[in-house]
Design a protein around this ligand. Structure first.
Ligand code: MOS
Length: 729
């Protein structure tokens, strides 16, 4: 039985607070933790399939053009080689994840250097990899391909454009103003598990084990790419070793494995090499951002301007939403916001953890620091006094607002000195030492979701949904929500995720996973509770369940009368999303040390306070924040995709040259969870947390670099050469 609930109004009943099991919100360890650390959790490439062949992708060595023909003879003659697949379905942009339906608007088949164009299938991975080097590709004539975002005329993304009042006039009339341009580099998702798929056919039925974030959407993409009905496909992704956006959509390894398996009549496994993942999976766009901010003599923002230039391939819909939180974070009556997109032939740009804020917030929050200095106001105070009462552009109320609490609590815990700040005040040996801070904001998303909960006759429960756990803790919070509502210890709840045969969840993306699937589970459990209450002849809110029994001692097994009780919860966000501006908020504080001679920066301590509604699990939530802050360190100091200016190819396509922060880069991090109940965010009063921890954190580090050394660096990442160049003499 499906129970549908559409949320049109805030849910202030906070029902979850009245339940008796007492497991929700606790710092419970992951229920999948043991399987993961003992290696028994199977990832996509680790499944065994009888007689499985291995496929390796061959990639283009031109930037833009047509593949006339591929001479396969030499490759096919090599030992172990079974087939070379160059089916055009492999290179359709449906296999690129971000292009929803739009067919390729560029007639050339190759539109970036490194794009997969064929799959070589052999008995072993090594044989296939070797043979892939022996394909002779006739590309025909190469087509002109701009690769520099600054060198083409960009397209304005008009839905992002805001023009309120007169910013120029406000800037000239202001007591203090900053007008500053920042640049950010592209990022890679760099998930630990490379993209991988094993495809096997049984007649017309296809089963694919893959590493994907959104099975509900991926199954449609794959059906479209292959030209077969969804009903013929089963997708399985029980464990996913990180995604960060790179596995939101299907990519070539999935399509190629399916086509090849059909063609050779054997299962085929395709595992991308690390270089393939870097080159052929979507990048975060680089950006150029101009910030214009001005205040009156009291420090109140009178003008707010944010222009950003980002890039993507021709025909792609995605434009890094840099201004996402700029629209509502701070007051300022005179506003000018504009997002522009340059069409260039670097690889596809798409979602990488916290698309939008991860790019926009670091620039905005460094500009706010410069404004605070210009106005002679403590940067924490400047932010506190410019928190708007309501959304300054849409006029909507906020669903809840924790920025002030986060700023205040984090400043106190960090030991922030609210006095007048001056750079270069502390030096120890070669090192300048200083502190900095920034606000965090990340829009709240919630999605339609379905999940089945079965209360079994034996008093255990089973959760079934195609929802994924990409390392975030979905398995665990599902067991906690169901355990809490049905009065079961979480180890009595079996959570079965990542199988497209189950009811469709929302997938993991945009930090919507927990609030969305949590709400579907809430709806299902409420319906089960109603049935149980009916059997007891009481009202559902009066049903107190704990450890498999009611408060008056009736066992659940008795109430179930030997039969399972199952409900599919179907949650849908309703009109409420139009009535409120909903966001997570936070604050970052960092202390850094900057080497006076080399410009090297070390983060010595960092702290973040975050408000994101109900905390479902204190341990997994904190882990998400720690991960986000770690990404902030990478954004601030080390992570940058570098493209060859001649052909746009990615130069640093591995983890040696693309430096994600490692243990030595990450100091002790502190996280404060500023718990609240956001009644408009979701029926479980929770908002997303996965991305919030990196939305602005890089600015706290940048501002600390300035406070320590006097170097105001306007280009991310703030590598030693840039810090040295910006240092005062
Ligand atoms: Mo996210 S970047 O939507 O996985």
């Amino acid at each position: 039985m499906i129970v549908h609930e559409k949320q049109d109004n805030p849910d202030t009943a906070n029902r979850l607070d009245g339940m008796k099991q007492g497991v929700l919100g606790t710092a419970m360890s992951r229920i999948d933790g043991l399987a993961k650390v003992t290696g028994t959790a199977l990832y996509a490439a680790e499944y065994s399939a009888d007689n499985c062949a291995e496929g390796v992708l061959a990639t283009a060595t031109i930037t833009r053009g047509v593949v006339n023909a591929i001479d396969k003879k030499a490759a096919l003659a090599l030992p172990g080689v079974i087939a070379v697949i160059d089916d055009p379905r492999l290179t359709t942009r449906a296999a690129q994840g971000t292009a929803d339906e739009a067919p390729q608007q560029d007639p050339a088949r190759v539109c970036y250097w490194g794009q997969p164009i064929a799959l070589v299938v052999a008995e072993t991975f090594e044989q296939a990899r070797h043979a892939a080097k022996h394909l002779v590709v006739d590309y025909g004539e190469e087509v002109d391909a701009p690769v520099d975002p600054e060198a083409v005329k960009p397209e304005e993304q008009t839905e992002e454009t805001v023009s309120q009042g007169d910013l120029d006039a406000a800037m000239s009339a202001a007591a203090h103003a900053v007008d500053v341009t920042f640049t950010t580099k592209g990022h890679a998702s760099a998930a630990m598990e490379p993209h991988a798929a094993i495809a096997s056919w049984n007649g017309d039925d296809l089963t694919v084990h893959a590493s994907l974030q959104m099975l509900n959407y991926n199954i449609t993409e794959l059906a479209d790419a292959l030209g077969i009905p969804e009903q013929r496909i089963r997708l399985i992704a029980r464990y996913v070793g990180g995604g960060f956006g790179s596995k939101l959509g299907i990519s070539e390894e999935v399509v190629a494995a399916a086509i090849a398996a059909q063609e050779i009549g054997r299962p085929v496994r395709v595992v991308m090499t690390r270089q393939h993942v870097f080159q052929a999976i979507m990048r975060r766009s680089e950006s150029t951002q101009r910030l214009r901010l001005c205040v009156d003599a009291a420090g109140k923002l009178t003008g707010f301007g944010h222009h950003a230039l980002v890039s993507n391939l021709p025909g792609e819909e995605f434009a890094e939403p840099v201004l996402q939180s700029s629209h509502f974070l701070y007051a300022g009556a005179n506003r000018e916001l504009k997002l522009e997109l340059a069409r260039i032939h670097r690889m596809t740009a798409g979602s990488v953890r916290a698309p939008g804020e991860a790019v926009g917030m670091p620039a905005l929050e460094c500009a706010m620091d410069m404004l605070a200095e210009a106005a002679g106001i403590d940067p924490v105070k400047l932010r506190l006094m410019n928190i708007p009462e309501k959304d300054p552009e849409k006029g909507l109320p906020f669903s809840s607002h924790t920025l002030a609490d986060c700023l205040t609590q984090a400043a106190k815990a960090f030991g922030w000195d609210h006095g007048l700040r001056k750079p270069r005040q502390t030096r120890k040996g070669e090192w300048w030492i200083g502190t900095g801070m920034a606000s965090a904001a990340r829009v709240h998303n919630v999605m339609e979701a379905k999940a089945r909960v079965t209360l079994k006759a034996d008093g255990t429960a089973v959760v079934e949904t195609d929802m994924t756990d990409i390392g975030t803790g979905t398995y665990t919070i599902a067991a906690q929500i169901v355990g809490e509502m049905l009065g079961l210890a979480p180890d009595r709840v079996l959570v079965d995720l990542g199988d497209s045969r189950h009811p469709r969840g929302p997938g993991s993306g945009g930090s919507w996973g927990a609030p969305s699937i949590g709400s579907a589970l809430y709806v299902a459990c409420k319906a089960i509770r109603e049935e149980l209450a009916k059997r007891l002849d009481i009202d559902e809110p009066d049903l107190a369940l704990r450890n498999g029994a009611t408060s008056s001692g009736t066992q659940l097994t008795e109430l179930l009368r030997g039969e399972d009780l199952a409900r599919v919860g179907h949650y849908e966000p309703g009109a409420i999303s139009e009535d409120f501006t909903a966001s997570g908020f936070g604050a970052f504080f960092a202390q850094v040390r900057v080497n006076a001679f080399t410009g090297e920066t070390r983060v010595d301590r960092m702290l973040g306070a975050f408000g994101f509604g109900r905390v479902l699990n204190r341990k997994t939530a904190r882990s998400q924040c720690l991960g986000g802050i770690t990404w902030s360190i990478g954004t601030a100091l080390t992570e940058a995709l570098e493209f060859d200016p001649r052909d746009g190819h990615l130069v640093n396509g591995d983890l040696a040259e693309y430096h994600v922060p490692v243990n030595r880069d990450v100091p002790d991090l502190d996280v404060i969870l500023v718990e609240e109940r956001d009644a408009a965010a979701s029926p479980i009063q929770a908002k997303g947390i996965g991305e919030l921890g990196m939305c602005g954190g890089a600015a706290a580090i940048g501002n600390a670099i300035y406070n320590a050394s006097g170097a105001r660096v306007l280009d991310f990442p703030m590598t030693p050469d840039r810090v040295i160049a910006a240092m005062p003499d």
